[in-house]
Ligand binder design. Structure first.
Ligand SMILES: Cc1cc2nc3c(=O)[nH]c(=O)nc-3n(C[C@H](O)[C@H](O)[C@H](O)COP(=O)(O)OP(=O)(O)OC[C@H]3O[C@@H](n4cnc5c(N)ncnc54)[C@H](O)[C@@H]3O)c2cc1C
Length: 409
């Protein structure tokens, strides 16, 4: 049975693997020259980098399982560390290597720069959220949620707001409290200690999933067509035509802004948030005490030490930084890092529509369409999560399964 997947990002790759494993003849169309979509490796000035610095969580179970399924080893690919939030003001919260929930309780109680009263109030608040299954009585913004909970002290500025921006790519003032609660449920609220770990890729993103998945798919007979932008998707009797070629079923795994051109009924009216990654090369000896540091008060938000003096500074969501040109942005961040050393090289990569804006009450498609042989995949269709790799992978596996079932004789 021939089944088409349009879009070779992490959702499309997950769908293609699921379909191929179920015995389908899979054709994967990808407009770009490489697989990976918004999470891909790029080569710049002979360096293997990413289109944007990504950080995974131990809670990304389906993503880690997919990486293993296509023959790669997450233990080799990632630097796995217990969650720590450290910033340039001296704030530090580090989870202990203890079974959950003791790891979170001890981390909170030993946080520096926070009064004991605030720590205890926060522990009680978190316990209450957990007892309510991380379900909010009504949708609101993260800022409103924190206000309502009396979370107005140091932890708001140093922990909750930076975590919200990092996880939802949307500032607390306009981010969905329910989506943030879902992220907390599967990380800080999880019964598995490993779910709270941060996973920093040791290699470029292409080597994490897109390349191993591409090899696996080709080895299992899938047809991968790179550099092919699909222009037309048509309903026909018993199937779907993609630019005039017949398939028994199809999965549209493009980013939401590209869906309307292919299937107008699936068009969304989302707004988007940008992300910029600024790579700065210092001398190889320069190191950060922790590979991921939060930078408050300046333009840069998260700073990742990629080793050998290469630093990736991440700026999430709309902000003043967008008005700076690349040279100005690199110079500002170099200044903020206050290195004794001058950067010998820099590169700024801006993703203008990095993710949809995760606002309260956002209506999201659920993966099915009016045609029983046409399905949607992509981070935007996994309504339980904000735009994440895990949401993309879960949506792709689900769509793959549905398409395989829909075409079963
Ligand atoms: C800079 C940046 C940093 C991020 N950081 C994190 C992070 O730290 N952690 C995290 O979990 N998530 C992060 N994300 C979000 C994550 O990358 C996305 O949620 C995920 O990659 C989305 O995957 P997808 O497959 O749903 O969509 P996409 O990756 O957008 O894939 C869609 C694919 O469809 C292709 N396509 C579109 N139209 C056509 C067509 N007509 N024909 C053929 N192909 C087509 C596109 O070329 C693309 O490859 C980040 C995103 C960015 C941009």
């Amino acid at each position: 049975m021939k089944i088409a997947v349009i879009g070779g990002g992490w959702a499309g790759l997950a769908a293609a693997v699921e379909l191929t494993a179920a015995g389908a003849e899979t054709t994967l169309f990808e407009a770009g020259r490489v697989l990976g979509g918004r999470a891909r490796g790029v080569e710049i000035d002979g360096r293997k980098l990413d289109n944007g610095q990504h950080i995974l969580l131990g809670a990304y179970r389906e993503t880690l399982a997919l990486i293993r399924r296509v023959g790669a080893d997450p233990d080799q690919l990632f630097d796995r560390r217990p969650l720590q939030v450290i910033d340039n003001s001296g704030f530090r919260l580090a989870l202990a290597k203890l079974p959950a929930p003791l790891n979170v309780a001890c981390g909170l109680l030993s946080a520096s720069g926070v009064s004991l009263g605030e720590k205890l109030r926060t522990a009680l608040w978190m316990d209450g959220i957990k007892r309510r299954g991380f379900r909010l009585a009504q949708e609101m913004t993260v800022s409103q949620w924190l206000d309502e909970a009396g979370q107005t002290g140091a932890l708001r500025r140093h922990l909750w707001e930076p975590l919200c921006l990092a996880a939802l790519n949307t500032p607390a003032e306009r981010a969905s409290a329910q989506l943030f609660a879902n992220v907390l449920r599967d990380s800080l609220g999880s019964a598995r200690r490993e779910d709270t770990d941060l996973l920093l890729p040791r290699v470029d993103l292409g080597q994490v999933l897109p390349e191993p998945a591409g090899h696996w798919l080709r080895e299992h007979g899938a047809d991968i067509r790179l550099g092919v932008r699909v222009g037309q998707v048509t309903e026909v009797d018993g199937g779907i035509e993609i630019d005039g070629e017949s398939f028994a079923a199809a999965i549209l795994a493009t980013a939401p802004q590209h869906l309307g051109a292919l299937w107008p009924a699936a068009a969304t009216s989302f707004t988007y948030e940008p992300i910029a990654t600024i790579y700065l090369q210092f001398s190889p000896g320069m190191k950060s005490a922790f590979p991921l540091r939060n930078h408050l008060g300046g333009q840069g938000q998260w700073v990742v030490d990629r080793g050998d003096g290469l630093f990736a500074c991440v700026l999430s969501g709309h902000g003043d930084w967008e008005a700076l040109d690349d040279t100005g942005l690199a110079a500002t961040l170099e200044n903020e890092l206050a290195s004794p050393d001058k950067a010998s090289w820099h590169k700024v990569i801006r993703e203008k529509r990095a993710t949809f804006s995760a606002r309260p009450g956002l209506l999201r498609p659920d993966g099915k369409t009016s045609n029983p042989r046409l399905f949607l995949a992509g981070d935007h269709t996994w309504a339980d999560y904000p735009a994440t790799l895990e949401g993309a992978v879960r949506s792709g596996l689900r769509a793959g399964l549905w398409a395989a079932m829909a075409t079963r004789p």
